[in-house]
Design a protein around this ligand. Sequence first.
Ligand code: CUA
Length: 158
Amino acid sequence: MLNMPKYEKIWLAIGTGALVVFLAVTGIMAVSMCLNPPNGMNMAIKPENVEATAPFNSPGLKKIGPNEYRATIISYTFGYKPNTITVPKGATVHFQITSKDVVHGFMIPGTTTNLMLIPGHVAEYTQTFNEPGEFLFLCHEYCGIGHQAMYGRVIVKN
Ligand code: CUA
């Protein structure tokens, strides 16, 4: 710093300032992302209380309208409860899913369903199944040794 030309000191100060601002902004974003997980979730449950808290105390498929269902699913290492749901062709399914342990994923290839499951937070997504068949759903967040065995099925009946 002692024998630096004036302009060099100014640019050094600007560079240092920009770095500080950058770190502050990314730090704030990291914290706020953590507090507000990415898919419009609402309530937070203590992960260890998930199975005792409604609606996750009775996971499964419930009919809520004409060909309209709510699928309440708990994810865990390494599976989903329930891991198979069966609906008629054309059904609209409102998924509400959480994790009771670590971060998992819920993706149905070939559809737009793609959720990150954060422990204790409720991820929600609505998907309509117009084509009959079997749809695999799977965990696409690496969660440990059994990750690749973490999947289930939506069976759409004709
Ligand atoms: Cu659960 Cu990967």
